[in-house]
Design a protein around this ligand. Structure first.
Ligand SMILES: Cc1cc2nc3c(=O)[nH]c(=O)nc-3n(C[C@H](O)[C@H](O)[C@H](O)COP(=O)(O)OP(=O)(O)OC[C@H]3O[C@@H](n4cnc5c(N)ncnc54)[C@H](O)[C@@H]3O)c2cc1C
Length: 529
């Protein structure tokens, strides 16, 4: 897989668009879905009139070189918001009202510090911008009374700085895309093991800033668990964190930076744990009679082991859709039940041992092995979902995802509550829908739930989804679950985060922000108000 250039509203490699089967198109037509108006071409999108004082642009040009500061129309449109479905819908309609006034591309940590100095002095808001795949409004800060908005694109910070073979760590600059990081590490015989579905576009910096979780989290952990150290540029100067793998020297401030979503500083490099590139990778499918039965088996593996590298359970609806979808490529299989995908990576001996142990647990708890075909099909099709979102949108469907996490004891209640809430909110609007769910990240004490919602597009898809999402958020809150397991907070979840944390904890975050960013220029409105 190679790096692809980011299109403002289409996913991934434009030469491999999603393929919607005729049966799906027919089903949508039967539901009365009609294709929306064609997207407004990027050059015709409407931008806010730039407010950036000339003194700022010229100071940035002097600091970085003119070629690394752009106020071009298309570049600004290309740095507008992220990749949530509402973000894409707005941009397709030509609404680039959240565009930055300028886009800067610093080439070093010192240049990032310099940009922050200039913007602090002139009260210009700065949006750290890496892969641009935020789905929670993390790239749409509030302009408020700022003198302008600058997107700080980290794409020139794309180097593998060093590898420590003895400690098995690597230092990566944060604009490095996931694909590039894996390639550079593979050349040295290693893997990072972080594969979110946004792998083709997202970066090391985005992973750290948004506490990303990849599809191999059971084996390699979440991204925040991989980070050993960070270098952060703040408007007050540089913070360097991480002097030993563990430390009792006070609270772990790395955890304040991880998940800070650009509100506390720009992370310019991270030290991450790395692993020997696996000798062997095997993926398998298992069927369970019900989601509840499958969840019991996943819990057993998470609590008592052995844990595969990849472990996921689709509910009945998602299993049925995936098995009939050639682009998701799960291939043919008997209908009914719930599919578990297991993946094993490591040395030949590790794979054999873990596979044998995990298979025994799955079988004992009612799983029926489907062989390697469904697992391999999942592996090869696992990055295709976002492509299908574009094709479905063009056919008149609206697709969006949401996620949360809770303790095992609360999982069934949460799944039912969120499903019911989303369905009711869409049914009330007269939009027939499918709500699918899977577990893809497991812990000893609980798991995440990831929902994919497909519905007929109405005239105002942004308002349509906002009602469904508000209902889901309320259900998550009522169930005592978290507003996000891995997508983060951005502007979309800011109020929900405040409810989840409570006022004193939010004040702690505010105090941190005001100490590192006294002028409040970093991503205003993201994470905290
Ligand atoms: C189709 C799709 C699939 C996805 N799948 C997954 C998934 O499987 N798992 C998962 O965890 N997430 C997933 N996401 C969400 C998203 O990809 C992750 O949050 C990812 O970590 C963001 O990385 P990015 O480089 O695109 O960051 P961006 O979107 O550019 O930025 C994310 C946030 O971090 C801030 N930021 C960016 N870089 C820095 C930096 N260097 N320093 C400080 N702040 C910074 C930004 O201002 C923003 O608030 C998915 C998104 C999409 C669109």
């Amino acid at each position: 897989m190679s790096n692809v250039e980011r299109h403002p509203y289409l996913w991934g490699n434009l030469e491999t668009p999603g393929h919607l089967p005729d049966a799906a198109k027919d089903a949508l037509a039967a539901l009365g879905a009609t294709p929306p108006a064609p997207p407004v071409p990027v050059p015709d999108a409407t931008l806010p009139v730039t407010e950036l004082p000339e003194a700022v642009t010229s100071a940035l040009r002097t600091a970085l070189g003119s070629e690394h500061v752009s106020t071009e129309h298309d570049t600004r449109v290309g740095h507008t918001r992220g990749f949530s479905t509402p973000d894409l819908v707005k941009l397709r309609s030509g609404d680039a009202s959240d565009a930055p006034d300028a886009v800067v591309h610093p080439g070093s940590h010192d240049e990032v510090v310099h940009v922050l100095d200039i913007c602090s002095e002139h009260r210009v808001a700065v949006v750290p911008y890496s892969g641009g795949t935020s789905v929670v409004g993390g790239l749409a800060p509030e302009r408020g009374s700022f003198a302008g908005v600058v997107a700080l694109d980290t794409n020139r910070l794309d180097q593998l700085v060093s590898v420590d073979d003895v400690s098995r760590t690597a230092v990566l600059q944060t604009g490095t895309r996931g694909v590039t990081a894996e390639r550079l590490l593979a050349e040295r015989g290693y893997t990072l093991g972080h594969f979110p579905q946004s792998y083709e576009m997202a970066t090391i910096g985005g992973y750290a800033a948004a506490r990303s979780a990849g599809q191999s989290s059971a084996g390699y952990g979440r991204f925040d668990e991989m980070v050993e150290g960070l270098t952060v540029a703040t408007p007050r100067g540089t913070i360097t964190l991480g002097t030993a793998p563990q430390s009792a020297a006070g609270p772990d401030l790395r955890q304040l930076v991880l998940g800070s979503e650009g509100a506390f500083g720009v992370i310019t490099s991270v030290t991450v744990r790395i692993h020997p590139a696996p000798q062997q990778r095997v993926f398998e499918g298992w069927k369970f009679d019900s989601f509840a039965d499958g969840a019991v088996a996943l819990r057993a593996l998470a609590q008592d082991g052995p844990l595969p590298t990849v472990l996921r359970l689709s509910d009945e609806v998602e299993t049925a859709v995936n098995l009939s979808d050639p682009d998701a490529a799960l291939g043919s299989g008997e209908s009914g039940g719930c599919l578990v995908v297991t993946g094993y990576e490591g040395t030949d001996a590790q794979v054999a041992r873990t596979r044998e142990g995990a298979s025994a647990v799955l079988r004992k708890l009612g799983g029926v092995c489907q062989g390697e075909q469904p697992g391999e099909a999942w592996r090869t099709g696992r990055f295709r979902g976002p492509y299908l979102r574009d094709s479905l949108f063009d056919s008149g469907a609206l697709v969006e995802t949401l996620e949360t996490a809770t303790y095992w004891a609360n999982l069934d209640t949460l799944k039912t509550a969120v499903t019911d809430a989303v369905q009711a909110a869409l049914n009330d609007q007269g939009s027939p829908n499918l709500v699918m769910c899977h577990i893809s990240h497991v812990y000893e004490s609980g798991a995440s739930l990831y929902f994919t919602v497909v519905t007929k597009q109405l005239d105002d898809p942004v308002a349509q989804w906002a009602k469904a999402k508000a209902a889901a958020n309320a259900a998550i809150r009522d169930c005592g679950a978290t507003i996000s397991h891995h997508h983060g907070v951005g502007t979309d979840h800011r109020e929900a985060l405040a409810l989840e944390l409570g006022p004193i904890a939010v004040d702690v975050l505010r105090a941190v922000k005001s100490s590192v960013d006294p002028a409040g220029i970093l991503n205003p409105g993201v994470l905290i108000g």
